[in-house]
Design a protein around this ligand. Structure first.
Ligand code: ADP
Ligand code: MG
Ligand code: MG
Ligand code: MG
Ligand code: MG
Length: 655
């Protein structure tokens, strides 16, 4: 999410009237910032993670876990420390969509030294402890991608009723009070997205058909106050959701990387794009929505649908009259084009944009690929505008640009340097779901960071046609995709280049041919196991490549040990030895004594599931099926972290 600009939100009608104004000035602002910053270079690798947490309120006596709506209150306390001493905090805290969420990042970004891999998990622990200090006795903080009973009756604490008639979303399930209230952005976005679309958002997830699931599975929404809109939108054999909160009220793990210059950022953006579906399948953690087991394992399609502000015309249901384009995707979806020349031959999705905007960018000396990327983002209307921000100085302000940029929620984000900072060009990796423990989340973070190092050092090429990435993203969300689906992936990843000569000596790769002959496609379909762990004689595998890369560097024993534990986790997930969080949750439900094999996750199952997850997260319960056999309880105590790092990233020593 972009900066939370202060001020008073305009009504939807006023916002709508300013759509072209925001677009016009947003483009000018981008042109200005581009020319101001295009030659910025010499920035070093930095990275940071963002973790979204939920606060649970647990009624142990009655075995009910609810979402506590105290996020705003807790956030104020967390932010007080930052305001006092911004340079010297363990972590930074920001609001998120729901009142039960908060987002935490490290106090400052990490650097490129391998030793920094030691601090990621320790900092996550510090963060958790900082919040825990402000929790009430029966509250707990969790990393949970989707609360299983989100939208079920009384799922919040305090209990709030939905507002189908007068709430911003008109939801039958998700109460207005579950939206973060201390800043008007979230309620405004919710209202405006519904108004722009012309009806409530509608999400239909295939239900997981168990032995006793109703067939066809249908629900009666009239008892919840449905005026017929939901009955019409809901599909049989699907779990129907009708609010932005079902998606934006999910949590995820994001990573931001600073590159040395704009070209490197563009390259990294392209190279990470094909990894999005793969990492989504590996981190899959959300099989349950609104109290039902579904046939998917990930939040992505839910969140995509939850902010789908396209009108019927734009969705292609009605002929175009008022709108300009039929738009194939929601503004929350996978990216549509690569940004660097080397990858551009794989831009095989027709890009929609306004010719006039594209030409304006081109005429201002912005190259074709970047011009079409920006013009494509700018097919969207603003869905939140604050009165104080309508008129801006386009020479220095970037709010109109950010307005559109930050409401294109895509798998990757290309982030220009913010104004008045010494921050460089960055890319953000956004598909991952959250795992329960800091150990697992740190493993995911470090794995991706290491991949970026190998990709850039060896100039690997992972790019495939972007339409194939889209196909992968759809398949990645299916139940147990990690073990059953095949994914398009690059077979020839440019390992023949001279950069990789020491890699090629690795005996692990001895039977692999690294140069395609002309008749062969450079990309094929592989299982995740083959992509991650390699396929004998065919593909080296990302982890063997990482290991080969790491072997060529001098790494101290502690760091090596940390890295190997992280890689073992990813390796184990890919090979099927370790379950995904989603599979583990589904399994837990289906083995619970009060589960009736009817797809229904009742309060008791929900409570037991979350308590078990909490115990795994705190290390009280070992869970080899999720964390692997070889792991100790937790890998990183602070004892073996160099004191200089400790001082930099956990200054308020508590962990
Ligand atoms: P957004 O929500 O827009 O993605 P946030 O400010 O919440 O942005 O998160 C930004 C992330 O980028 C954090 O993980 C932070 O540590 C990281 N970060 C901050 N500065 C840099 C930088 N110069 N290079 C790379 N990452 C950075
Ligand atoms: Mg982010
Ligand atoms: Mg966030
Ligand atoms: Mg953020
Ligand atoms: Mg979010």
């Amino acid at each position: 999410m972009g900066l939370l600009t202060e001020g008073s939100p305009l009504s939807w009608e006023q916002t709508k009237e300013h759509a072209d104004h925001v677009r016009e000035h947003g483009i000018i602002q981008f042109i200005n910032l581009f020319h101001r910053l295009k030659d910025k270079t010499g920035d070093i690798l930095k990275f940071g993670d963002e973790v979204e947490y939920v606060i649970l309120k647990v009624d142990h006596k009655n075995k009910i876990a609810r979402l506590s709506l105290r996020g705003g209150e807790i956030l104020k306390k967390l932010n007080a420390k930052e305001q006092e001493n911004p340079e010297n905090v363990n972590s930074l805290w920001r609001p998120e969509y729901a009142a039960y969420m908060i987002e935490g990042t490290p106090g400052k970004p990490y650097g490129g030294l391998t030793a920094h891999f030691n601090i990621v998990e320790a900092n996550m622990k510090c963060r958790r402890e900082e919040v825990e200090r402000f929790l009430e006795k029966d509250e707990i903080l969790m990393c949970l991608t989707a609360f299983p009973r989100l939208g079920c009756p009384d799922f919040t604490w305090p209990i709030c009723k939905p507002n189908p008639k007068d709430g911003a979303s008109h939801s039958l399930f998700f109460p207005q009070n579950a939206i973060f209230q201390d800043h008007p952005r979230f309620v405004t976005l919710t209202r405006n997205i519904r108004k722009r679309r012309g009806e409530k958002v509608a999400i239909n997830l295939p239900i997981f058909k168990d032995k006793n699931t109703l067939s066809p599975f249908t629900e009666d929404f009239s008892i919840l106050g449905d005026d017929g809109e939901s009955a019409k939108a809901a599909l049989p054999d699907h779990v129907y959701l009708d609010a932005m909160g079902f998606g934006m009220g999910c949590c995820c793990l994001q990573l931001t990387f600073q590159s040395c210059c704009i070209e490197e950022a563009r390259r990294l953006y392209d190279q990470l794009t094909p990894l999005c579906p793969i990492m989504l399948a590996i981190t899959a953690a959300s099989p349950i929505f609104r109290g039902y087991l579904t046939d998917i394992d990930c939040r992505w399609s839910v969140i995509s649908g939850s902010v789908d502000c396209r009108t019927k015309e734009e969705r292609g249901i009605e002929p175009l009259k008022k709108n300009k384009f039929v738009i194939p995707k929601s503004r929350y979806d996978s990216v549509d084009s690569y940004l660097s020349n080397d990858s551009s031959k794989f831009n095989d999705i027709p890009l929609i944009y306004e010719e006039e905007i594209y030409q304006k960018l081109k005429q201002n000396n912005i190259d074709h690929l970047l011009s079409q990327h920006i013009a494509h983002l700018f097919i969207r209307d603003t869905v939140s505008l604050f009165s104080e921000k309508v008129n801006q100085n386009d020479e220095i302000d970037t709010d109109h640009f950010e307005n559109i940029q930050s409401t294109n929620w895509q798998t990757m984000r290309f982030k220009p340097p913010p104004p008045n900072s010494n921050i460089g060009w960055r890319v953000e990796f956004r598909p991952c779901e959250l795992q329960f423990s800091d150990f697992e989340n740190a493993a995911v973070v470090c794995f991706i960071v290491m991949l970026t190092r190998v990709i850039l050092s060896y100039q690997l090429d992972l790019v495939i046609p972007i339409s194939k990435v889209d196909e992968n993203l759809k398949n990645a969300q299916k139940r147990n995709a990690i073990n059953t689906e095949k994914f398009w992936f690059r077979k020839y990843i440019n390992l023949s280049s001279t950069m990789c000569s020491n890699l090629l000596k690795d005996p692990a790769f001895k039977n692999i041919n690294f140069t395609p002959d002309d008749s062969e496609p450079v990309y094929i379909q592989m299982t995740i196991n083959e992509i991650i762990n390699g396929k004998e004689g065919e593909f080296p595998g990302l982890i063997p490549l990482l290991n080969s890369y790491l072997f060529s560097m001098e790494i101290d024993a502690d760091t090596h040990c940390t890295i190997q534990q992280y890689l073992n986790l990813i390796k184990g997930k890919a090979s099927g030895e370790i379950m995904t969080t989603a599979s583990w949750m589904r399994n837990f439900v289906r083995n619970h004594s009060s589960y009736k094999f009817d797809s229904l996750v009742n309060d008791e199952i929900n409570y037991d599931l979350l308590m078990k997850a909490y115990n795994i997260q705190t290390g009280q319960d070992s869970c080899p099926e999720l964390l692997g056999q070889t792991l100790g309880k937790f890998s990183k105590t602070t004892d073996n972290i160099p004191s200089s790092l400790k001082k930099a990233y956990c200054p308020k020593q508590s962990c």
